[in-house]
Design a protein around this ligand. Structure first.
Ligand code: MEV
Length: 432
């Protein structure tokens, strides 16, 4: 990826999933959501209670799910004490619902836990623009995680020949004791390796299908297990045994195609806005300072869903930023291009290792209710929703930056915050 391909794109239907991708033509959600609409005009003008009532009814939530979605601090002390060590309390974030999302032809409400004003508004606005072109087309690869087993060679050997001969045995050994994963169709699939000459170190990669789990524990267990065999196979000492968060075999992709007319406004011509969004993308492509802020905006869309669903957002952050720098220079994660017809095509593909069966995801009542709001997606569908939201967030930021700037919208939303801060500062109770 040394220079972006600047040829105008043909107006095309968004790409079909490639063969190594999960079949996502039908999103895998429970069917209570088949008829929901995520288009809820005036949603932001309602009170919190009214919004909760609307989304609960649209998504068909039970009373208990509705209760947990609308809780202010629903994690009790018992769970807090189970989740982490040294717990002394909990820390709450606002939970909102982004509207207007259409993903693979289906409407979906998107829960987002975040402290920053304007993130929900921007996600919903980006989704509304994408909706004008039919919404987002998304797909994922299979859920293949990768673990690393590092070996320090203690004498010279033909490790390629030896490892090739023992590969199947190592994969079988990795899978031993993983009956429930195997029964669910997962398990270690492949092993490969590379050499770090500066350290005389062979690094074995074990590629594992972890199905509906994010899979960190599965991967780390397999790595530690396989490492016990290694001194009998190669002259070596064992180094680290741990998953990589650069999950380049577990990717999620979203695309959208937006007619230029969707960007028309009294002050700006849509065709000009499309030109300026493409230039904004190129600015980020060539300038690392801009790329960093651009990608922060994408993570504004991604992290809040990870948090709302109890997923490990640090893992995804690390993977995405590493992916952004994969050609040796830090680049924008999404691409925005003008098509031959003058419309705007956007695409975002990033490592996206998320699960729907891990401890926090299943135990945290708000995480459970958030998943329920999305129709209890499988891990692949959740990953697709997340990446579509990252793309929507980027679109909304670039549209504003490429026209009136972000401060007008941002400051009006931020105003409530500032007013409260002022009241807080002048309150006698807070004078010390
Ligand atoms: C602010 O949280 C995010 C933006 O700075 C993203 C961007 O500049 O693209 C608006």
């Amino acid at each position: 990826m040394n220079t972006p391909d600047l040829k105008p794109l043909a107006n095309h239907k968004n790409q079909a999933p490639t063969p190594d991708r999960a079949d996502t033509s039908e999103q895998n959600m429970d069917n209570r959501e088949l008829h929901i609409s995520s288009r809820i005009p005036g949603f932001y003008e309602l009170s919190i209670g009214e919004r909760l009532a609307v989304v609960s009814s649209v998504a068909g939530l039970t009373d208990s799910e509705r209760f947990h979605l609308g809780q202010f601090g629903s994690l009790n002390g018992e769970l807090a004490d189970v989740f982490i060590e040294n717990a002394v309390g909990t820390f709450s974030l606002p939970l909102g619902v982004a509207t207007n999302f259409v993903i693979n032809g289906r409407d979906i409400l998107v829960p987002m836990a975040v402290e920053e004003s304007s993130v929900l508004a921007a996600a919903s606005h980006g989704a509304k623009l994408a909706r004008a072109g039919g919404g987002f087309k998304t797909s994922t690869t299979l859920p293949i995680m990768t673990g690393q087993v590092q070996l320090f060679l203690t004498s010279t050997c033909d490790f390629d020949t030896i490892l090739n001969a023992r590969k199947d045995e190592l994969i079988a050994f990795a899978n031993r004791g993983q009956d429930s994963l195997l029964a669910r169709g997962g398990g270690a699939r492949e092993i490969d390796w590379h050499y770090i000459p500066e350290m005389h170190s062979v690094v074995i990669h074990i590629h594992i299908d972890t199905r509906e789990a994010m899979g960190a524990n599965i991967v780390n267990t397999m790595c530690e297990r396989v490492s016990t065999l290694m001194p009998g196979i190669l002259p070596c000492e064992i180094g680290l045994r741990i998953l990589t968060n650069l999950t380049e075999k577990r990717m999620a992709k979203a695309e959208c195609l937006i007619p230029a007319s969707a960007f028309d406004s009294p002050d700006y011509k849509g065709t000009d806005v499309v030109d300026r969004i493409e230039k904004a993308y190129l600015f980020a492509y060539y300038d690392v300072h801009r790329a960093t802020t651009n990608n922060k905006g994408i993570m504004n869309g991604i992290d809040p869903i990870l948090i709302a669903t109890g997923n490990d957002w640090r893992a995804i952050e690390a993977g995405c930023h590493s992916w952004a720098a994969r050609d040796g220079k830090y680049r924008p994660l999404a691409t925005w291009r003008k098509t031959l017809h003058g419309d705007l095509h956007g695409s975002l593909e990033v490592p996206m290792a998320v699960g729907v069966v891990g401890g926090v995801t299943k135990l945290h009542p708000t995480a459970r209710a958030s998943l329920r709001l999305m129709g209890n997606p499988d891990a692949s569908t959740l990953a697709q929703t997340i990446v579509a939201t990252g793309l929507a967030q980027n679109l909304s930021a670039l549209r504003a930056l490429a026209s009136e700037g972000i401060q007008r919208g941002h400051m009006s939303l931020h105003q409530k915050n500032l007013t409260l801060l002022q009241q807080h500062a002048t309150s006698p109770r807070n004078s010390n």
